[in-house]
Ligand binder design. Sequence first.
Ligand code: SAH
Length: 262
Amino acid sequence: MLDSLLQRIRIVLVNTTHPGNIGGAARAMKNMGLSQLYLVEPREYPADKAVWRAAGAQDVLENAIVVETLDEAVAECGLVVGTSARERRIPWPLLTPRECGERAMVEAQHHDVAIVFGREDRGLTNEELQKCNYHVHIPANPEYSALNLATAVQVLCYEMRVAWLTAKEGQLPHFDDWDQPPADHKALELYFDHLQQTLETLSFIEPGNPRQTMTRLRRLYSRIRLDEMELSILRGVLTSVQNYIYHTDNRIKALEKEQDGE
Ligand code: SAH
């Protein structure tokens, strides 16, 4: 069981430009005992440069899964952590790299975990970062804080390994004792769509223009880490609200028809 924990942690690289970084990330992963690599729309892949940089980690490259969206890459994960080279406008629940390793190791006992890395030139978009439960920042020199992508992967995979070695010594902190599994990423995204639709129907937010409201709500739910049961209750509440609106609308239409007929 313990031996497989590192295999439940996937490294997700979003829109990587340089294939050498993909190879470098594969090598960094294998050195630390990880193997699950997901590539979201890599610019140039497969590529010889990736193979060269991977050196002895070609198996990790060969097994890498290429997908079109971040949502696909993390769909069934119960914990998604986004990496960021700098502070963002809206602060998010933040982990240090060490805490990230511990949390990933603790949660990997129960579900798949994803650590998401951004593009070489612009990192992850705000929208992508808002899909994550936590953010992690490697506390580098603030005057020059962006590490090379494969190097950042190395630092975080090392922290996963340190946490794993600690776990092997029986020092692993226990996962908070909870009666329900956390909602996975896919279920959460469906909920956010449903919530946005309902708030639009209620005119609480403008259709197609949620401004910061959805961001704030995403952050609220990220802090709480909804479990499957709580999420299904919330989905039920939204469905009831939508049904109520639908029936009220129909009653009003029927009344108007009646009045027109008089
Ligand atoms: N100019 C970009 C830098 C991206 S660096 C920006 O401002 O965001 C490429 C990727 O490497 C980042 O998206 C992140 O995944 C990782 N990375 C680089 N430096 C990091 C740091 N200090 N902490 C955490 N991740 C980092």
